[in-house]
Each structure stands twice: as structure tokens, then as C-alpha cells.
Ligand binder design. Structure first.
Ligand code: TEU
Ligand code: CA
Length: 560
């Protein structure tokens, strides 16, 4: 059994502050709004709050473009509001994990304002500058995640700067020890203010292959990802270990590295405890399965077999060493009940089923705001209703390429990040009780049916089911420390697995369909004493050595 750690036994709740709760009527969620809702989160039973960025920012990418790492975004409140929030979180014996965005800063950060003044400015090498190619094209063929080239030409110094994300998010140059030193000082400044951990934004991107070579381009496209040269660069482990030694050492903190493209083998290296890099990573394989070769907007169906095999691969890779994160949605992903469940006639059952699937696995579970009441994807008619730079840039780029509005909206409905960014629905009053003003983004029209107030009044709500799941994790060590094995491997509609610890075992059955099934329990459980730990239907007794599963039924059977 691996070492016991508080961050292995915790459940994390992610807040996207802009859309959580607006306390002052300006239509934008804020810190005081979060403070007002802490009792709600405490009632849910979560242990750690992960706050998406609240630092000073021009909000080109809603706070993931930081202008001042040690100041609070005006729209979210003041530093004293932040200090009160931390105090109130700690008073309730919860912890706060901040978002650390250090692969890039905002282009309005004073480092960049200086760097762009001249080639010999002291801050020049805080960023990544290169001359264009002789033929007048960009330094290499890398694409920005937000469309177009990853390079922006700066005529003052006749060079380009690298931005893997928006033009207003220039990549920081981690080859520069002075930059690294400044980042570590900033981290300690926050840790000394009481921060309990960091979620590290695209942290695997900080080490690039120094030559910044052209990416593989078999189809002769204008731009390609180039990720093979920055998703697992030559110094990434060195930088993470240095960050531990120079910033995190001596603090009892939790760290999760967000790592697009990370593989299970790499994840073992990043999270093996004796390596002192990060506690766990956010991987992307399971949320890329419904994307085709052209990326996330290239929609493809998601065969349950692929989903089962991928989650199983990650469970087994990190079963004995290292640690897993468990998530099915966040502020960048569509709502899980719409993507993996059935948000029409089986919304409540399938939301509970998906939560069971995730929370009975091995790893630290993450709940994204609104997931606990089964919030769904949204469909706005006009592109004007969408606010996410990734969506807007894609729409404009593809419209130019001749793809029609209806096709583009279809893709946005399925994969757009604003699906996760519509305001949390607190009650059935105007704007779902999120704001008394005009919300920065429209509220999902289904707020009258789906809202916190209704959930708290309904003992069979998804909220109370999450509360049960979280409580089970606290009372059954097998859920945290047991091993994992897939069962019913070949079943097309049922995702079933078992967890084992000592002489205990759990059998988790999740029906991903509207059909009913009867499946036999494994033969070695015939003699065992069995009881149902949790189910999303009124629990019935165990019929015998088989299990009956209704549409989207989840059932966890405890054997001793
Ligand atoms: O996301 C990293 C990332 O890869 C995402 O861009 C994701 O792959 C994509 O959005 C899927 O549609 C982090 C943050 O979570 C994201 O909100 C930021 O936009 C991005 O980094 C840049 O900071
Ligand atoms: Ca506000």
C-alpha cells in the first residue's frame, strides 16, 4: 500500500470564479461571492478548493493571461477579499489550491512591456524571441492552440515572439535562471500567505527543445502542433525538481500538473513520490477519445470500449507507484452529463452513474462547479453569445475557410469551452440567481429546472448523491488505497471494475445505456457476504450471484 497522504484522501472542487457567484451585481462572479457559498461547499463535503486564476489580468483568456502575479483581478475584488476567503476556507477545515500559470504571462505584464522595448533590455530573455525565416515566414511552423501561427511579429525589434496560446499570452523562457528565480519567489510569497497547493497550467510545456524545430508535417499543412518539441522537453524533470527544492520544499502542499499529451509512463515519472516533482497530473487521453485526427473540433463518436480501456490503462499504470487525478470535466471541457451520459430523459440517473464511476476509482477526484447538480451543455444561437477566445478564433478562422455557420455551431455545441462557463445556477430567479445585474455570459435557459435550491430540497438529487460518494471515500480506505482491475472487459454497454484491499473487494457496475442487463458476478464472490454500498436507483437487495442493471444504473457491491 502506498504512503498515506492527505491529498490522496481528498476530494477537490474546482471553481471558475467568473461564473461561480456574483456578490456585487456587476454580472461577474467574484471572491466575496465564493466566500458567501463556502457553507454550501462544506455541506457537500469537499476538502480542497481549486481556484482558477484570480490574479490581475486583461482577461484575454479569462485570467490565464496574468499581468501581475501578486495582485488580485479588480473585477474579482481586493487582496483583503482574498485574505478573508482563505481565512474562511481554513476556518471550515478546507484547503485552497491556486492556479499557477507560468508557461506564459500576459503581454501586459511589465516583464513583457520591458522585453519588447529592445533586444538588449534586461527582460528580453524572459520570453522566447526569434528572427523570421529567410523566406519571410515565422521562425517555425508551430500552431497556436487558439488558431493561427504560434509566433507574433514585433516590428519594434524585427523579431517574433512565441505564444502557444493567444497573441496576448507570450511564452516565458524557462531556460533563463533569472525568470525561474522570480517564479519561485512569487510561489513562496503565495505559500506564505497560506495557499495549500498549486494546479500548474500546462506545466509540461515549460521545457522546449532549444532549437524550436519545425513540427512533423506529413500533410503539408500551413501550421502543425509541434507538440513533440514542447510537451516533454529535455529539462522538464529538472525544472520540476528545482521548483520543489526552491519553492515548495518545507510546505505541506498539494500539486497537480496539467499536462496535455502526457502518457501513463511519463506520469509515473512525474508523480513517483521519491522524485519530488508533482503529486499528480491532469492527463488528456480520455477527453481526447471523441476527437478525430484534426483535433477537438473534428468530432468522432466515443466507443465505450475505448473509454474503458483508456481509464483502465491509467488506473493500472499508477496502481503501484505515483498517483492519479480523476476528472470528467473542468473549465476547458464540455459538461460530463452531456458528453458521456444522457442529459435528456436520463440526466439525473446518468449524472449519478458517471459520478459513481469516477469516485470509486483510485486517485484524487475533482468536481467541477455545477457538476454536483448535473448542469448541462448550452446551445446559444449566435456566435455573439460565446465569449471564449478559443471558440471565437476557431469560428472566424473556419468561416474564412468556407465552413458554414451551422456546421461550426454544431461543433461548438459539442466541444466549446463555454459549455462549462455558463454561470452556476443557484435558483430559479432571473439569471439563475447568479447575479442581480447582467451576466458576462448568458445563463443556460434550463436554470429553472436545474439549480442548487431545487437540489437541496430534493433528497434524491445529484447533490446528495455526491455527498454520499464523498462520505464513502472518507469511511472506506479501500476506495482510496485498493487496487483496480477491469471486469466484463468486452461488454459494450457496461463499465465494470473491481477494487481490492486485504480481504475486502468492491464491484462497481455502471450501465452506460438505456438497455437493461443482467450480468453474473465473478464466481469467486459466491460465498462472500455482499451488500450494496451505493446505487443511483432505490437500492434493492442482491438478487443472487448476478446483478440487474436498469438504464444508466450504477451499483457498488461490497464483498467481505
Ligand atoms: O489549458 C491547456 C490546454 O491545453 C487547453 O487549451 C485545452 O487543451 C483546450 O482548451 C481544450 O479545448 C490551460 C487552461 O486550462 C486553459 O483554460 C487555458 O486557456 C490554457 O491552458 C492557456 O493558459
Ligand atoms: Ca461581481
Amino acid at each position: 500500500v502506498q504512503q498515506k497522504k492527505w491529498w490522496k484522501e481528498s476530494v477537490v472542487y474546482q471553481i471558475y470564479p467568473r461564473s461561480f457567484y456574483d456578490s456585487n451585481g456587476d454580472g461577474i462572479g467574484d471572491l466575496n461571492g465564493i466566500t458567501e457559498k463556502l457553507d454550501y461547499l462544506n455541506a457537500l463535503g469537499i476538502d480542497v478548493i481549486w481556484l482558477s486564476p484570480v490574479y490581475d489580468s486583461p482577461n484575454d483568456d479569462n485570467g490565464y493571461d496574468i499581468r501581475d502575479y501578486q495582485a488580485i483581478m479588480t473585477e474579482f475584488g481586493t487582496m483583503s477579499d482574498w485574505e478573508r476567503l482563505v481565512e474562511e476556507i481554513h476556518k471550515r477545515e478546507m484547503k485552497l489550491m491556486m492556479d499557477l500559470v507560468v508557461n506564459h504571462s500576459s503581454d501586459e505584464h511589465h516583464w513583457f512591456m520591458e522585453a519588447r522595448k529592445s533586444k538588449d533590455n534586461p527582460y528580453r530573455d524572459y520570453y522566447i524571441w526569434r528572427p523570421g525565416k529567410a523566406d519571410g515566414t515565422e521562425p517555425n511552423n508551430w500552431e497556436s492552440a487558439f488558431s493561427g501561427s504560434a509566433w507574433e511579429y514585433d516590428e519594434v525589434t524585427d523579431e517574433y515572439y512565441l505564444h502557444l496560446f493567444s497573441k496576448k499570452q507570450p511564452d516565458l523562457n524557462w531556460e533563463n535562471p533569472q525568470l525561474r528565480h522570480d517564479i519561485y519567489s512569487m510561489m513562496k510569497w503565495w505559500l506564505d500567505k497560506g495557499v495549500d497547493g498549486f494546479r500548474m497550467d500546462v506545466i509540461n510545456f515549460i521545457s522546449k527543445v532549444p532549437e524550436l524545430p519545425d513540427g512533423a508535417n506529413p500533410k503539408g499543412k500551413k501550421y502543425v502542433s509541434g507538440g513533440e518539441y514542447y510537451m516533454y522537453g529535455p529539462r522538464i524533470h529538472e525544472f520540476l525538481r528545482e521548483m520543489n527544492q526552491k519553492a515548495l520544499k518545507g510546505y505541506d502542499v498539494m500539486t497537480v500538473g496539467e499536462m496535455p499529451g502526457v502518457t501513463p509512463e511519463q506520469a509515473v515519472k512525474y508523480t513517483k513520490e521519491d522524485r519530488e516533482e508533482v503529486n499528480m497530473v491532469f492527463q488528456f487521453e480520455h477527453v481526447d477519445l471523441d476527437s478525430g485526427p484534426e483535433g477537438k473540433w473534428d468530432l468522432r463518436p466515443l466507443p465505450l470500449r475505448d473509454f474503458k480501456n483508456n481509464l483502465t490503462k491509467w488506473q493500472k499504470a499508477l496502481d503501484r507507484e505515483g498517483w492519479n487525478s480523476l476528472y470528467l470535466n473542468n473549465h476547458d471541457q464540455p459538461r460530463m452529463v452531456s458528453r458521456f451520459g444522457n442529459d435528456k430523459e436520463y440526466r439525473v440517473e446518468s449524472a449519478k452513474m458517471l459520478a459513481t464511476l469516477l469516485h470509486m476509482m483510485k486517485g484524487t477526484p475533482y468536481i467541477y462547479q455545477g457538476e454536483e447538480i448535473g448542469m448541462t451543455n448550452v446551445q446559444f444561437d449566435s456566435i455573439k453569445d460565446y465569449k471564449d477566445i478559443e471558440t471565437i478564433n476557431m469560428y472566424e478562422e473556419k468561416l474564412q475557410e468556407g465552413i458554414v455557420h451551422e456546421e461550426l455551431m454544431k461543433r461548438i455545441y459539442v466541444k466549446g469551452r463555454d459549455n462549462a462557463r455558463t454561470p452556476v445556477q443557484w435558483d430559479n430567479t432571473r439569471h439563475g440567481g447568479f447575479t442581480t445585474g447582467d451576466p458576462w455570459i448568458s445563463v443556460n435557459p434550463n436554470y429553472d429546472e436545474i439549480n442548487v435550491e431545487k437540489a437541496l430540497e430534493d433528497k434524491n438529487s445529484i447533490f446528495y448523491y455526491y455527498q454520499q460518494l464523498i462520505n464513502l471515500r472518507k469511511t472506506h480506505p479501500i476506495i482510496v488505497y485498493g487496487s483496480y482491475d477491469l471486469i466484463l472487459d468486452d461488454h459494450e454497454s457496461i463499465f465494470a471494475y473491481k477494487r481490492m484491499l486485504g480481504d475486502e473487494s468492491l464491484f462497481v457496475y455502471c450501465n452506460f445505456s438505456q438497455e437493461e442487463f443482467q450480468v453474473d458476478m465473478p464466481s469467486d464472490t459466491v460465498q462472500a457476504k455482499k451488500d450494496i454500498l451505493i446505487s443511483n436507483y432505490p437500492t434493492n437487495k442482491i438478487e443472487g450471484d448476478y446483478v440487474l442493471l436498469k438504464p444508466y444504473e450504477a451499483k457498488v457491491i461490497h464483498c467481505r
